[in-house]
Design a protein. Structure first.
Length: 392
């Protein structure tokens, strides 16, 4: 069994579906695709686990007799699949972490965040494609970021705050169940829907963007963030998801961390100057292990049921005086991050597999409880796709 610690924020979030669309070239039948999906699932340890909630409030990944993930054929489009499936809770207690579809838009994979992060889904797709091409593949062990694994150190004041909040929470502590999560989903999605907007940058446009960012002396991510905040009023608070893998492993499991930067675009300065400032703020935080892993270190030291309560407060299912106050302080309220950005950069998986090839990938992150304007970026081959995922 593996204890759920730093990834606990994903357990009771009601919008936690990661989506990818893959355009496939090659003579694949549905039966071939289905067999490759089943084989790929059998090779990744996390897809043969389930989530167990104990009466104490602790949660674990535990072995599951039958993989709950599924693959089917549908006439729905990629965006229609996102819109319909994000409202349907993954039965992670039965080992359901991935739903695969063969649809008019291509291959679609929808995954619960406890199955892994964006990189994990790419590595699953790599295994899937290798199985489709008839290659032999090794078993892939589960990996996550446990508290004892994390480098860096959070400020002592954060530890004091976590202990104080845990003591306050102990007076009204509530252990949530999967039944609570079912009710929260039904209530939250009753009158909500989301919109997925996809903008594609082909070879010439992408090459121009890369050249412009290099000329300015910043990363492409910093360049894109600057472009997003330049028309925003006041101070923009942007959260950036970061690959937290400590050893470059290619396992499935949530190994993402995150940083945030606050920046007010200065209209009196050039775009280039603003971009260089954003790039400096971003790189300063990424180079500091204490800042890079501080959120995981802090959240991992909170009572796990308090973390659950923040999500349940955000979706309107649960209210208590203390948990609602903490939810507001932590950004699980109406005041969320202005932007939440995940850039998977250029995919680090092959695009060709025997008679098959991947020609395009689109990545849709979930609208997590602490975000509202969700941006997902991925580059495959000559195309960079930028997705904005927001509530309608």
């Amino acid at each position: 069994m593996y204890k759920i610690e730093t990834e606990r924020t994903n357990l009771f979030d009601v919008n936690i579906l990661i989506g990818m669309r893959v355009r496939l070239e090659g003579p694949a039948s549905f039966s071939d695709l289905s067999a490759a999906f089943s084989r790929a699932c059998s090779l990744h340890e996390v897809l043969n686990l389930k989530v167990v909630l104990e009466p104490s409030g602790s949660a674990y990944y535990a072995p599951c007799d039958v993989c709950g993930s599924s693959f089917c054929e549908t006439d729905l489009s990629f965006t229609e699949l996102i819109a319909s499936n994000e409202k349907i809770r993954f039965c992670i207690e039965d080992g359901e972490f991935i739903r695969g579809f063969w649809c008019p838009d291509g291959l679609v994979f929808l995954m619960h965040h406890l199955g892994g992060d964006g990189k994990s889904l790419l590595y699953f797709i790599e295994t899937f494609m290798r199985c489709l091409a008839g290659e032999e593949c090794d078993h892939v062990p589960f990996r996550s970021l446990g508290l004892s694994d994390l480098p860096g150190r959070m400020p002592g004041s954060y530890g004091l705050l976590a202990r104080y909040w845990n003591r306050k929470w102990s007076k009204e502590r509530k252990v949530f169940t999967f039944s609570d999560l079912d009710e929260a989903y039904a209530s939250f999605w009753r009158d909500r829907s989301t919109v997925v907007d996809i903008k594609s940058y082909q070879r010439e446009e992408l090459s121009a963007l890369i050249s412009e960012s290099k000329a300015v002396g910043v990363s492409l991510t910093s360049y894109l963030i600057t472009d997003l905040v330049k028309d925003m009023d006041g101070m923009a608070d942007a959260g950036i998801a970061v690959d937290g893998r400590l050893d470059g492993n290619r396992s499935m499991g949530n190994q993402a961390t995150g940083i945030s930067v606050k920046y007010k675009y200065d209209q009196k300065r050039s775009f280039a100057d603003n971009a260089r400032h954003v790039d400096y703020l971003l790189k300063r935080k990424l180079s500091d292990e204490n800042l890079r892993y501080s959120v995981l270190l802090f959240m991992g030291r909170l009572d796990p049921t308090l973390v659950d309560a923040l999500n349940m407060a955000r979706c309107g299912y649960y209210r208590s005086r203390f948990s609602s106050r903490v939810a507001g302080l932590m950004g699980y309220s109406e005041k969320t991050k202005d932007l939440s950005i995940t850039n998977l950069t250029r995919v680090d998986i092959p695009l060709e597999y025997g008679p098959y090839a991947i020609s395009d990938i689109v990545f849709v992150p979930p609208i997590v409880s602490y975000g509202k304007n969700i941006i997902g970026i991925v580059t495959a081959g000559d195309t960079m796709n930028v997705v904005r995922h927001v509530y309608r």
